[in-house]
Design a protein around this ligand. Structure first.
Ligand SMILES: NC(=O)c1ccc[n+]([C@@H]2O[C@H](COP(=O)([O-])OP(=O)(O)OC[C@H]3O[C@@H](n4cnc5c(N)ncnc54)[C@H](OP(=O)(O)O)[C@@H]3O)[C@@H](O)[C@H]2O)c1
Length: 271
């Protein structure tokens, strides 16, 4: 049986939809399981229950400090060995993302997977086009960001979900492979042009001080977001690659359209 962890999350729910659309049976696991899903929490003492699972789609459980994320993923991997899972498919972070403030738990998890003795496939996911659009700020004049003219090889979440479903449906064909899943490069100016507004660049110092003043962000989130801005601005995340197209066997969803929709959805009514 295939199990997809984090079934209530945006990526995992799309993976489950993709598998269902392909007629591949799969079970969702979540801290808040819907009917027909299994309760699954990596933080639970004793680790998650993975009995009966042959292929585990381990969707990263981010949004916490590194030690918590690494511990969560280790708990899932320990349970996978204990409960007889054959193959782990892990949703990681693109190799070019090593400069990002949240790269370490992904690399630590990759190490643990390689050392763990199970079959594995690592899906190094590019940054979501949805995320890029949401990180552009609206002003009365248009859009503003610290991305400068740097490009991001952004990916629609739905394409990453489809890639995970392809691999989970035939894991033996992808054993021992690391896929770099990247989309077409887009810039903040491209997104602004699509929405017919100008884009204004601010400095990283200004961006960081705004993040520090934002009470809605948890401690680790400001540095994380500042690292994305710096890496995009300085051209570290702009290169694309063939792996995603190769896995999907179809053209990619246009990341510019997705990013523009995501930015447009956040436009204040007053602007
Ligand atoms: N590539 C990118 O641009 C990008 C951007 C942001 C995040 N990410 C990473 O990709 C993951 C999926 O992205 P998303 O957009 O689907 O994020 P999301 O909608 O915020 O989902 C968060 C996910 O984390 C899971 N989770 C949190 N705590 C957990 C725990 N204790 N045990 C098991 N699962 C736990 C949630 O599962 P349940 O709620 O169902 O339990 C859910 O699947 C994120 O968690 C993060 O690691 C990637």
């Amino acid at each position: 049986m295939i199990m997809v962890t984090g079934a209530n999350g945006q990526l995992s729910s799309l993976v489950l939809q993709e598998l269902a659309g392909r007629g591949v049976p799969a079970l969702g696991g979540s801290r808040t399981p819907a009917a027909g899903q299994r309760r699954l929490d990596f933080d639970e003492p004793g680790g998650p229950d993975l009995t009966g699972v042959s292929t585990l789609v381990l969707v990263s459980a981010g949004y916490a400090e590194d030690d918590r994320v690494v511990a969560r993923h280790r708990a899932a991997l320990d349970a996978a060995v204990r409960d007889g899972v054959t193959h782990v498919v892990y949703t990681s972070l693109i190799g070019s993302g090593d400069h990002l403030g949240f790269a370490l738990p992904h690399r630590a998890t990759e190490r643990a997977i390689r050392a763990g003795g199970l079959e594995w496939t690592i899906l190094r996911n590019g940054l979501y086009a949805e995320l890029f659009g949401s990180l552009l700020s609206w002003t009365p004049e248009g859009l503003e960001s610290a991305f400068g003219s740097g490009a991001l090889a952004a990916v629609a979440r739905t394409d990453l979900a489809a890639a995970a479903a392809v691999v989970a449906g035939a894991p033996a064909e992808h054993a021992g492979r690391v896929y770099e899943l990247l989309g077409d490069p887009i810039t903040a100016t491209d997104v602004a042009a699509r929405l017919r507004v100008p884009h204004h660049t601010i400095g990283l110092g200004e961006y960081r001080s705004r993040l520090l003043q934002d009470d809605s962000l948890r401690g680790f989130e400001g540095p994380m977001l500042a690292s994305i801005a710096s890496a995009v601005r300085h051209g570290f995340l702009g290169d694309t690659g063939p792996d995603l197209r190769g896995l999907l066997g179809r053209p990619l969803t246009d990341p510019l359209t997705v990013a523009a929709e995501s930015a447009a959805a956040l436009r204040p009514v007053a602007f």
